[in-house]
Design a protein around this ligand. Sequence first.
Ligand code: ADP
Ligand code: MG
Length: 698
Amino acid sequence: MGELQSGIQYLSGVGPKRAELLRKELGLETLNDLIHFYPFRYIDRSSIHNIADVVPDMAFVQVRARVVSRNLITIKHLSVIVEDATGRMEMVFFKGTKWNFERLEPGRTFIFFGKPQVFNGKINIVHPEVDVPQEGSMAQGTLTGVYASTEKLRNGGITGKVMCRLQAAALGLCLGEVKETLPDYIIREKGLVSLQYALKNIHFPADSYSLQKAQYRLKFEELFFLQLSLLKQKYIRCRAEKGIVMPKVGPDFHACYNALPYALTGAQQRVIREIRADMMSGHQMNRLLQGDVGSGKTMVAVLSCLIAAGNGCQACIMAPTEVLAQQHYANICRYLSPTKVKCALLTGTTGAKDRRAIHAGLQEGSIGIIVGTHALIEDDVVFRRLGLAVIDEQHRFGVDQRSRLWAKGPGDAAPHVLVMTATPIPRTLAMTLYGDLDVSVIDEMPPGRKPVQTMLIGQNRRNAMYKFMREEIAKGRQVFVVYPMIFENEKMDISNVEQGCEEIMQAFPLKDGYKVAIVHGQQTPEVKNFNMSAFVEGRAHILVSTTVIEVGVDVPNASVMVIQSAQRFGLSQLHQLRGRVGRGAEKSYCILVKDVKTSSEAQRRLELMCRTEDGFEIAEEDMRMRGPGDLEGTQQSGLPVSLNIASLARDGILLSEARAYAEKVLDADPGLSRVENAPLVSELKKDKYNVKDYSTIS
Ligand code: ADP
Ligand code: MG
């Protein structure tokens, strides 16, 4: 090794104390770590705005201004007036007020960088970045890198300027040692700059063109290796796992298809063709089926199961909750009535006698399709020949559970797997989260679905809302009222819901004939089921709940979804909740009730909800607003690797490019055994590309 692996503390200007700080705050230990810690932004020192020219629709501005006065209005509100030769403006801080108060001494000049906005008719910048103007700094060009920092780092003396100096020193010591990670032919074909050039220019761009080249190289590399590692697993699996070959469609498929009361949508037809091709191929299918709530995934699942049946195999459909399993079962039995396939339901509450009969039926093969909950993966469930496992609403299932289903295959081959999810995920994210799954998307709704009218109101309009609810109930409709999970502590959340329920019960008293059911996570499964069923079966008018109803429950008669403290929900969760209504013939409504304290970002989310019902548009927007790591449905799983420079939200095109290129490389050399691909193999061995197996992402 050489300098690359030596610790940061040996760099001049860094002792053990600062080294510890860098390790703790940024996870940087070696010089190699340090030089891969890139600026997240660059200040173009050639463009300083005049205060007089600053207008609020500018994305960002940089002014060089002298502090005139500062005023600590409250401990959490610092106002600083600054001026340049052309005018004055205000800088506002709600965080770090004390620290900024101290350093922003009147008379001193700073560079302020931030987004201008209008407040009380005047322009200000909230939380500007503040830099001390420096002449002759490390940067050779006019672009200076800005590194992510923390208060602790700054207090420990590691300012932006010091970070630049450390980078310069580290690069000076070890840049020459950095080995190229990409084979020559890729660098040539993609027209990339070398890694050394890229590293130098990512920290100290010679000019904006060099910076672009450096960024492109580093982002491409990162996305390329990510996709390569995911796809490699897929190639290996395809070769290792033989799939059960299902060449026929079979009479039951046709019987069901011909009896359908409606025509399949184009998207449903396309997806079924994709699934069919997989099941015929001889490879094990591992397909993710994405489709918005109500897009008709159940039908696709049933027809897929019937393909299995047509080829002498059994199929199972696993749902995350008892109520969902029951609902699936009822629907599926209807679809199956024109066929000869026998269907059964197996859940935690199936009685011992029925259970024994079902176990026997599965083992001898008389049951063709089994619908159920986790009960399906218990050891005593043995199939005669399981050919297809459908997993609904996948993010509720863990790793382990999926692999236990796999293990129930016939032995000579793994069952095909179809995972269905109603959480729309932006395409770029799906490609990464499920990089080695094939993804099918139902991007078309069945005809005749009525739009859900969405309204945003404040708490002060509660009585008007109750009046509206009464009118709907008088029409024979039902109403959902959902509360957010707010507190860390589940008990406190429950008391929030219970309090909400009290209020609802006061507004909708039993003596007037109203029935209110409540469902939350602290109830026993029996109580939960009982209350849920009361609503599903139409015995209760209102269902008050936490977000447990989020997934899949179908109550076509429910026409109103009230979401309390709506500002606390993420976009995709709001979208899921809204999808619970609008399933019957009547016009449906979603009422978003916001609290007084609603941030402007939350306000934007809620307004977006009022504007569109398109789940993919909402998901894209959610990713743009919050970054991919925070997206719901991905939180539990996390991204398979953390990206250092590329962004799934912004670099979608480059991601597709990298994926296509990774496919090309693997098509030419599936085992990466050619000499020219040796650098790829050694790079993939690094921890950061040690992508979790896809079966752990669920
Ligand atoms: P998802 O599971 O994707 O949320 P479902 O499979 O429950 O959606 O379907 C929602 C509703 O749409 C069901 O009542 C179903 O019968 C109906 N449906 C499905 N496909 C079609 C279609 N092609 N045309 C009309 N209605 C359909
Ligand atoms: Mg469904």
